[in-house]
Design a protein. Structure first.
Length: 105
């Protein structure tokens, strides 16, 4: 399973629709928010196709936390973990860094 940190507007910029649940919003940047969006392969492989919205997941598997609540599902975009591209993955919201260029819409 791969993991990526993305800005709250990442899926809008890529014009990737939210398949279920919701997109990130600025409130998700709070340290105690602990939310993620997962891709469809994550839902299929990790959750056996069950409804993921509201479920809690830990990127470390069964290890004791941190736990994140799933708020949305997107199509498979591919998530790079180290040098390996993973099919299933999750996305964490982060604030954009100052001076970071945004692609033209």
């Amino acid at each position: 399973m791969g993991s990526a940190s993305v800005t709250v507007d990442y899926f809008d910029i890529l014009r990737t629709p939210i398949l279920s649940g919701r997109a990130f919003h600025s409130g998700d940047l709070a340290a105690d928010a602990r939310v993620v969006i997962v891709n469809q392969s994550f839902v299929d492989r990790v959750l056996g196709g069950r409804n993921p919205i509201g479920r809690r997941v830990s990127p470390q598997g069964e290890a004791p936390g941190p736990w994140y609540r799933i708020v949305g599902v997107v199509e498979d975009l591919g998530v790079v973990d180290g040098d390996v591209e993973e099919d299933s993955g999750l996305y964490h919201p982060v604030a954009p860094r100052r001076g970071t260029a945004r692609p033209a819409a």
